[in-house]
Write a protein that binds this ligand. Structure first.
Ligand SMILES: [Zn+2]
Length: 57
């Protein structure tokens, strides 16, 4: 689940670290969490939903 905080930013779905994106957020935008390194992709923007990109092994 994604949480939108008061600053209009988004929290990492893995570790809840606040994420920022200098890019325009749109479907497919990928943001990387500086705390845990997880890359997450906006799968939808209305409403905004982040899904972690996981490498298949
Ligand atoms: Zn994280």
């Amino acid at each position: 689940m994604i949480k939108q905080n008061k600053s209009g930013l988004y929290n990492c779905p893995e570790c809840d670290n606040p994420l920022t994106s200098e890019k325009e957020i749109k479907q497919g935008t990928v943001v990387e969490c500086p705390a845990c390194g997880t890359e997450s992709e906006f799968i939808t923007v209305k409403p905004p939903q982040l899904a972690p990109l996981e490498e298949e092994k």
